[in-house]
Design a protein around this ligand. Structure first.
Ligand code: GLY
Ligand code: MN
Ligand code: MN
Length: 454
């Protein structure tokens, strides 16, 4: 009989992560989870999200907790729930139960942490109260060690273990269902908010939350549009960038663009198919060792070629990309790292996104690239090419001048029913190539039309 390998517990996964971290550093580490911010009175708070570095090593989304790591040894610092808190929030697991779940070697009240902060490295959490305490009250400024800790965590979190990938898969599947629901709920005369509600309902019903503020808009040219008041008109394209986050914090990030009526117009279809061709070319090429920057340039070249074929750009595609003419219509990078955050580890600036010695380009067509590293098995990245008609770019006198000879403005005017198209999938790099974790959500125009049509 074949032996069935035991499923690793949360404690097993966290121990393996601590052991990998311990192999990279030789100093103790304290990581705080952070705390929620009040809206107006203390009990009315903004939604709490634990720091991702804490989540990576503590596994549980605890409020006002900290962990100390000494080699592979884990100590949890958290207060027991008070009777008053239990009255309002119900019973919560005891400190001992939490410590057992995460495989901690010891657990103490949070106040005892103050005695154990000498010589520790840390990373600042996002909430200002905890960050201020990290910096001042505790006197925890040790830039050299903190930087070494950041480097080590980047090294670990760049590629994902099986437990992380399983959670990203769960989030991705819920996002796929949310997008199907959004397509099915789309109807002329309804508002963007109605479609957003249908999509987020799926995420909420799955016990998850959104990994970022949803974008559900007929104005896809506003790249991070967070307004939902427009009424859907027949003839509009609706761009939905909506991603679920698992309870454990692991994220997904998915965009589809569909016609409100269920039928792309010929001009919309031309540009949609072009964005899809750029998307598919990148996925075809994604494998270990390939430079992510080259995927961005590949997408840029495919877009430039297609825009020449459609008569919107003039010239040789290679040369158009060198002039950044593609960026007039594709003014962002091809994607980013995905993990415990939607733009994973961008709390550390470009430390995770850019390989040592590399820095952002000041080129219009490359400066927004968020990831410039060779791909490695175990990375999850997004692939998200787009085409947008951004008034601020198209009407900018400098751009009009710079691209006067290469953009056919009269021809472009014939495509005015396309304001923004983006197609975004989550891609796991495997040892031999890649796997699209969101592949069960169709991206072919004809399949999308089928789902949208009543
Ligand atoms: N959802 C944000 C992004 O795609 O980067
Ligand atoms: Mn993205
Ligand atoms: Mn997105």
């Amino acid at each position: 009989m074949t032996a069935i390998a035991p499923v690793p517990t949360l404690a097993d996964t966290l121990r393996a992560r601590r052991e990998r971290l311990a192999a990279l550093i030789n100093f103790p580490v304290v990581l705080w989870s952070g705390q929620s911010r009040s809206r107006n009175f203390p009990a009315n708070t903004y939604p709490f999200r634990a720091s991702s570095h804490f989540l990576y090593l503590a596994g549980l989304p605890l409020v006002q907790a900290a962990i100390r790591l000494d080699g592979a040894r884990l100590t949890l610092y958290v207060d027991e729930s008070t009777p008053a808190a239990a009255l309002w929030h119900g019973p919560t697991p005891s400190r001992t139960e939490l410590a057992t779940a995460m495989g901690a070697d010891a657990a103490y009240p949070l106040s005892e942490l103050d005695e154990h902060l000498d010589g520790v490295a840390t990373l600042l959490v996002q909430d200002e109260t905890t960050a201020a305490a990290q910096l001042t009250e505790r006197g925890l400024v040790n830039p050299t060690q903190d930087r070494a800790l950041a480097d080590a965590l980047v090294q670990l979190r760049l590629t994902h273990d099986d437990a992380a990938i399983a959670e990203i898969r769960k989030a991705a599947q819920v996002s796929v269902q949310a997008h199907r629901a959004g397509m099915a709920a789309t109807q002329a005369g309804q508002s963007e908010a109605t479609v957003r509600a249908a999509m987020e309902a799926v995420i909420i019903a799955a016990g998850m939350t959104t990994a970022y503020n949803s974008i559900v808009t007929v104005h896809g040219e506003v790249l991070h549009n967070e307004h939902y008041h427009h009424v859907l008109q027949s003839g509009d394209l609706l761009l939905a960038d909506v991603g679920a986050e698992a309870l454990t914090g692991w994220a997904s990030d998915v965009t589809r663009t569909w016609p409100v009526t269920g039928n792309f117009s010929p001009t919309q279809r031309d540009l949609y198919d072009l964005v899809l061709a750029a998307h598919d070319a990148c996925i075809e090429m994604a494998q270990p060792g390939v430079e992510y920057r080259d995927l961005h340039l590949l997408a840029s070249r495919v877009l430039a070629e297609g825009l020449v074929d459609l008569g919107i750009l003039r010239g040789a595609p290679e040369s158009l990309v060198e002039q950044d003419a593609h960026a007039v219509f594709f003014p962002h990078g091809i994607g980013h790292l995905l993990g415990l955050d939607v733009h994973d580890m961008e709390d550390l600036g470009d430390l995770a996104g850019y390989a040592p010695g590399r820095t952002r380009s000041d080129r219009f067509g490359l400066g927004f690239l968020r990831l410039d590293r060779p791909l490695q098995a175990g990375m999850v990245v997004t692939i998200e090419p787009g085409f947008y008609q951004v008034p601020a770019i198209l009407q900018d006198p400098q751009n009009r001048d710079r691209y006067a000879a290469v953009v056919n403005w009269e021809r472009l005017a014939q495509f005015q029913d396309v304001r923004g198209i983006r197609i975004e999938d989550d891609v796991l790099i495997t040892s031999t190539g890649c796997e699209v974790l969101t592949a069960s959500l169709p991206s072919q125009a004809s399949e999308i039309e089928r789902i949208v049509k009543p």
